[in-house]
Each structure stands twice: as structure tokens, then as C-alpha cells.
Design a protein around this ligand. Structure first.
Ligand code: SAM
Length: 286
């Protein structure tokens, strides 16, 4: 394991000891101390030279150091735990003018207000807030050229799942409609201090210039929610709550009424959403 990064900063274990950074479960703190591994994560989205990067939850700074070593011109980190701030200040001093540290809850911050143009997001996310953060960034995706994110393997499986698999569902459809998604590699629990219970997976999401197929997002989300609300049922039953005769809608889309939600592609769902929208008169889309 490489703990010394060649950046003149002390090994991460020493940093953790010096500043008393005992991992807090409530903050999802599982630290990566292997700088080879953090370097590998930092490289997933290609060259960082001259880029603006946002990192959520830097903790003692293993990934932070890797991102700076890869040449990011400006790195903005958001860390909720005040105890990490002195360790991050040491990194800022080693990379003058390149690292900005904000003591903030990422759920409450609009990251896009912190930079002009586009940025890359790179983060080993706290698992308890990973999905809400991803949903927020999907809503602002034109401001991000890529998102390299570490999730619990089970969440990564959902993001990248194809139709006909157990993991395929609402999150797969929304993400794949808006981004290309690629599983980069798994990380064993043993690589973390302390080790989490499950394997982690790094996923690279690249926002599409336009969604993969035309559809209105709230309508698509409503159709997908209805279909997966009763995942095991045939679509002719599960789509009933939409208030439009499902058999009609499915016939117009060329989809057999006996099929189930998990068998439909993202394109199928977009077709259904357009038909549903064309019928109009759906006052409550929340
Ligand atoms: N990046 C470090 C690493 O790879 O070793 C730490 C990753 S650890 C899984 C998650 C980090 O996110 C912790 O440092 C934790 O304090 C921080 N965190 C947890 N909830 C947060 C939130 N809502 N906003 C910002 N940071 C948060």
C-alpha cells in the first residue's frame, strides 16, 4: 500500500493520528489510505490538468492529494466534519492557490455557484447521502463534464443495470437517460479504514449533451414510478394509476400489455412518456 504520495506531505495514517480523526459512522467515514488507489480514482475521467474539480467529503485528504497531483488547476472540497479542516489546510499550503476548503453540508450547497463554466466531480461519497447528491447533480448536469463517484456496489449496479436484471429500476433509467454510465472498478472493504460491510464500486458518469431520447422529465419520472411501483405486475395493471387506459397507451407504443417494467428499455419508457404527455390533462405531476 502506498501511503507516501511523493508530495512531501506525511502518510495519511500519520495525518489521522496527528489530528485525532477517529472515523465517525454517522458521517459515513471510511477512509482510503492507499495513495495508489486514490490516484487510480482521480485518473478515471482522463487528464485533470487545468481542470476545475469538486470533491465532496475529502476527510483526511487521500483523494484530495491525488486530484492535485494529477494537475487540477482548482479543487474545491466540501467537508462537513470540522475536525478534518487542519489536515486539509496542510494540503492547501502544499499546493498554494489551488485548493479551496469549504466546511459545509454538500446536501445544502449549490456547487454550481462556486465556479464558472464546467467542472468535474470526483468523490468517495458518504454512503448515506450518495443517492440524493447524485439526483441533485443530475439536475445540474450541463455544468459537469464528468462525475467519478464511489458508491456501494449495490447502488453502482443499479446505476449501470440493463433491462431484464434485478438491479434495473428507476435510478438506472433516470441516470442512463441523462448520462452514459460506466463501472470502472470494485474496491474491497479491506482497502478502507475502518472497513465498511460491503464492496464499493467506482462509477464514471458522463452527462449527455441532450437526454438519450426526447421526453419531459417529470412525465417520464411519473410513468417510470408507476411501472416500477408494482414491479412484478404486468404493465396493463401497473400503469393503471396514471389515469389513462394502459392498454391504449401500450398499443400505441407497440409494447405488449403483458410485459413488466423491468423488461422495457429507456427508449420504451420515453415513448410511453411522450404518448402520455400528448394525451394532456394531467394536472398533478408531482
Ligand atoms: N475522501 C475521503 C477518502 O476517500 O478517504 C473520505 C471519504 S468518506 C467515505 C466520506 C466523507 O464525507 C467523510 O470525510 C465525511 O466527513 C464526509 N461527509 C459526510 N457527509 C457529508 C455531507 N453531507 N457533506 C459533506 N461531507 C460529508
Amino acid at each position: 500500500m502506498a501511503e507516501q504520495g511523493g508530495d512531501g506531505l506525511p502518510p495519511l495514517r500519520e495525518v489521522i493520528g496527528k489530528y485525532g480523526l477517529r472515523a465517525e459512522k454517522s458521517l459515513g467515514q471510511n477512509f482510503l489510505l492507499d495513495l495508489n488507489l486514490t490516484g487510480r480514482i482521480a485518473r478515471c475521467s482522463g487528464s485533470l490538468v487545468g481542470e476545475t474539480v469538486i470533491e465532496i467529503g475529502p476527510g483526511p485528504g487521500g483523494l484530495t492529494r491525488a486530484i492535485l497531483q494529477q494537475g487540477a488547476a482548482r479543487l474545491i472540497v466540501l467537508e462537513k466534519d470540522r475536525r478534518c479542516l487542519p489536515a486539509l489546510a496542510d494540503i492547501a499550503a502544499a499546493y498554494p492557490g489551488r485548493l479551496e476548503v469549504l466546511n459545509a453540508d454538500a446536501l445544502e450547497v449549490d456547487e454550481t455557484a462556486l465556479f464558472e463554466g464546467q467542472a468535474k466531480i470526483i468523490a468517495n461519497l458518504p454512503y448515506n447521502v450518495a443517492t440524493p447528491l447524485l439526483i441533485k447533480w443530475l439536475g445540474q448536469r450541463t455544468r459537469f463534464s464528468s462525475l467519478t463517484l464511489m458508491f456501494q456496489k449495490e447502488v453502482a449496479d443499479r446505476l449501470t443495470a440493463v433491462p431484464g436484471t434485478k438491479a434495473y429500476g428507476r435510478l438506472s433509467i433516470l441516470c442512463q437517460w441523462l448520462c452514459t454510465t460506466h463501472k470502472e472498478f470494485d474496491i474491497s472493504p479491506r482497502a478502507f479504514t475502518p472497513p465498511p460491510k460491503v464492496t464499493s464500486t467506482v462509477v464514471l458518469l458522463t452527462p449527455r449533451e441532450a437526454p438519450a431520447f426526447p421526453a419531459s422529465q417529470p412525465i417520464l419520472e411519473k410513468v417510470v414510478a408507476a411501472a416500477f411501483g408494482q414491479r412484478r405486475k404486468m404493465l396493463r395493471a401497473s400503469l393503471k394509476p396514471l389515469g389513462y387506459p394502459p392498454e391504449d397507451m401500450l398499443a400505441r407504443a407497440g409494447i405488449a400489455p403483458t410485459r413488466r417494467a423491468e423488461e422495457l428499455t429507456v427508449e420504451d419508457f420515453c415513448t410511453l412518456a411522450r404518448i402520455y404527455e400528448a394525451e394532456g390533462g394531467f394536472p398533478s405531476l408531482s
